[in-house]
Design a protein around this ligand. Structure first.
Ligand code: CA2
Length: 159
């Protein structure tokens, strides 16, 4: 059976299995190498592997990506919509607190977006208390280290 099939009418890619996009923003490629007291010791690959196992056990697929560029995150949110993703887990990192463009994108798509953070921004500097992502996200999972992603995934899988 094909994993992804084209629907003849809209040209939309339909996955046989629900797909959840996990999008990671700037500097998260450094995870596990610096500031372990804030972000833990797991690398992004460790997190991706665990989410993959968890999703597969529930009959779903993970599409896990990281970029240091705001426009990539925006293009990937559009892509999540275009391919009919079930949900997006978004750790926009520093863009969380600055990006009206990402907020506009989340508002422009119908795919549910869950905001994810390793740390709890509300327990840190005041400039991290404002979240543009949170203004449109379905829910926020923060402060549980890498577990924040797994908690968000469990909720997304139940949609
Ligand atoms: O706690 C989170 O997940 C954050 O999204 C991480 C962002 C920060 O700007 C947000 O306020 C909260 C920073 C990501 C930087 O990632 C690094 C990872 C390891 C070492 C250095 C940076």
């Amino acid at each position: 059976m094909c994993n992804r099939c084209f629907d003849n009418i809209g040209g939309r890619i339909l996955a046989d299995q629900p797909t959840i996009f996990v999008l990671n923003g700037p500097n998260l490629n450094l995870l596990g190498t610096r500031e372990p007291e804030i972000y833990g010791t797991d690398t992004l690959d460790d997190i991706a592997g665990r989410l993959d196992d968890r999703a597969r056990a529930a009959g779903a697929l993970i599409d896990f990506r990281q970029s240091n560029h705001e426009g990539h995150l925006i293009d990937w949110l559009h892509e999540a919509q275009a391919v009919g993703a079930k949900a997006v887990l978004l750790n926009a990192a520093g863009f969380t607190h600055t990006s009206v463009a990402i907020l506009d994108t989340i508002k422009a798509i119908t795919v549910p977006v869950f905001e994810v953070h390793l740390s709890d921004p509300h327990k840190r500097e005041s400039f991290r208390h404002l979240s543009y992502v949170g203004m449109a996200a379905k829910a926020v999972f923060a402060g549980h280290g890498a577990k924040s992603y797994e908690l968000a995934l469990d909720v997304a899988l139940q949609l």
